[in-house]
Design a protein around this ligand. Structure first.
Ligand code: GLY
Length: 299
């Protein structure tokens, strides 16, 4: 539900409002984004192949309805009731899925209103909160519909992570290890020695999150639109997405768990192709076993 924090005495000129979307909005958001995805997927040929103006009109109507449904859900429907303007801010509070949907809606509403992200999972704090990716899935694939849309502010309170189930934290930790594997041997070795402290909280956890965010921000600054270096951040994701698809994108396998498994396979694959030494693969797998990253998913 949208929470209006300010009340205006008149509707004009519109005053900036604060709107909030959080995990409690997830069912409504998922439902409406599914409608949007179904609508787009119902026309897989796209605008190009629509038969004449009538077909085009129907498709546009369909899209308009679906996008209206996304913005008109219980979560966003009251935006207009509260006279939100382009100067309004949308606060998105939650993990990666809430961010994908909430930020995408912020991108669509009135051609874009500023959004602020308060990430509540480790994965969101070290990965999705940096770089402005927003998306919804379509029947043809994951993240097919979306935009790059940067938040104006990210507020990551590392103490919030104390409320996470251990399985969620462990899954997010796979993305932390990823930054060590992306060319920062010193960080990888530090994690190897200190992962228990990272799990326990306090300065070690803050350090791990800060290093991860800095590493990601440096890559995104070079390549926001993922035409080059940013693809490095997909380490383990190609195999991981296949596992997620096989698990039906269910909580049988969390995204971080899939990425963790995917990274091991990516290293194995590279070794088979003669691109890295077998000893490197053994090192990665030994590290992942010690932190139980290979075994946290349900089989
Ligand atoms: N999660 C990978 C990226 O943001 O590019």
């Amino acid at each position: 539900m949208i929470v209006p924090r300010l009340t205006a005495s008149s509707n004009w000129p519109p005053r900036p409002r604060t709107l909030t979307v959080g995990p409690t909005n997830l069912p409504a958001l998922c439902h409406t984004s599914e409608e949007l995805a179904t609508s787009v997927s119902a026309h897989p040929q796209g605008l190009r192949n629509c038969a004449g103006p009538q077909g085009l009109g129907r498709l546009l109507e369909h899209l308009q309805d679906a996008i209206g449904a996304l913005l008109g859900s219980e979560a966003f429907g009251s935006v207009d009731d509260h006279h939100a303007s382009r100067a309004s801010r949308l606060y998105v509070v939650g993990g990666g899925i809430v961010q994908d949907l909430g930020a995408f809606a912020a991108y669509l509403y009135k051609r874009g209103i500023p959004w602020v992200f308060v990430p509540t999972t480790l994965l969101a704090q070290v990965d999705s909160s940096v770089g402005g990716k927003t998306a919804i899935n379509a029947s043809k694939g994951k993240n097919l519909i979306g935009a790059f849309y940067q938040p104006i502010l990210v507020i990551a309170d590392t103490a919030l992570l104390d409320t996470l189930p251990e399985r969620e934290f462990r899954a997010g930790y796979a993305e932390v290890v990823k930054y060590g594997l992306l060319g920062d041997r010193e960080f990888f070795e530090w994690l190897d020695a200190n992962w228990r402290d990272v799990f326990a909280g306090g300065p070690a956890r803050e350090h791990a999150i800060a290093v991860s965010c800095r590493a990601k921000a440096a890559i995104v600054a070079r390549d926001e639109r993922e035409t080059g270096d940013r693809m490095l951040l997909n380490l383990g994701h190609t195999f991981g997405h296949a596992f997620e698809a096989a698990a039906g994108y269910s909580d049988q396998l969390l995204h971080g768990e899939a990425v963790g498994l995917g990274m091991s396979l990516a290293f194995e694959f590279s070794a088979r192709r003669g691109l890295i030494a077998k000893a490197e693969v053994d090192r990665v797998i030994a590290d992942r076993k010690s932190t139980r990253l290979n075994s946290s998913h349900r089989t």
